[in-house]
Design a protein around this ligand. Sequence first.
Ligand SMILES: [Zn+2]
Length: 393
Amino acid sequence: MRKNVWAICTALVISLFFGTTLDVAAAKQKTHYIGLHDRLLDFEDVQVIDNDMKVPLSEITKILYIPVKKEKDITYLRKRGIVISYDESTKRTSKDGVELSWSPIVDVDGTLYISAKYIAKVTGFKVEYIQNLKTLRIYRDDYEHMSHADYEKHVKQLLDEKKPIKPIIPIKLPPVTPTKPSAKSATTIYLTFDDGPNKFTTINNATLKKYNVQGTFFFLGKHMKNNESIVKAVAKDGHYIGTHSMTHDKEKVYKSSKSFIDEMNEGTKIILQMTGQDAKLLRVPYGSKPHVTPAMQKLLNQNDYKLWDWDVDSNDWKYTDEQVDQIIENVRTGVVKADKSGDRDIIVLLHDRKQTSKALPEIIEWLQKEGYTIKTYEPEGHIIQNFLHDTTL
Ligand SMILES: [Zn+2]
């Protein structure tokens, strides 16, 4: 009777955990995963047999520190006073000498596999099945670990990294002939937008599209994580996306050379994961000077980064959306001044903010009316523009 109740419960739990029937063939393409505390274990093979995830016995016992001993036809697993034995001749498993109604250990072409859930539970672990990631997490409450929700996010990220990335093919705009051809058409304007992606990125993108021009966006990692669709849309429309750090937090970004380069690498990695583009141009928060130290400069170099500050500061962040005229005026004055000084590549600093979105149509209209060429950043024609006067960046 007890055996039956146990069998029914097991069947119930298994069907609750796994829902649909999964076949062995599907499992061979590494569709199922086993985790231990905060790790994702790298098993050669996870097989789903009888709706149960089974792993090579020799591998899991090593990971869970379970001694294995083979005597004649019988394999013994001993842990915490419990003895699990598998008899090759009968293909049955026993626990403490009592034969089980089902065999958590099976022989697959001469290799023993064991139910991951069974061996975990019987040796004092708990298990949690993450249905959508097909991951069985083994853990113990007395061992420090992240929450199941955090673990799920963590595993999702790990599995996403393993997937090959399909690059987004950006739209290439044909060169725009200025409406009023003049000496100014020899001057290129790079409109750059910091601090997105957010809802104003989408508005700015729509405005750029309306005027048939492309810009350059410097995104923050923390915002990219929540706005993947915006990142993809911007990349698809042919605007260059570079990183602007993960946190934008002065205390964190510039805390050390390591924190600095970590923020840049992490942001760049997110762009790569979302767009398939290896973005080597970055803009550091608050500008490079005086924050970027020689050591950080060196690291940028070693990692093949390029760094852009700006020629014209719109100071857009200082104004409300009632003061858009001031933003437009700042861009106009700045561009005219830079142009007169002989600068043929003028980088304009803007932000993905409400007031900027309001000012942008008029800024573009003025630039086009004056005959300037507006372009997105092109890595193959890199322009050096940094306050550090570092010609290698
Ligand atoms: Zn910024």
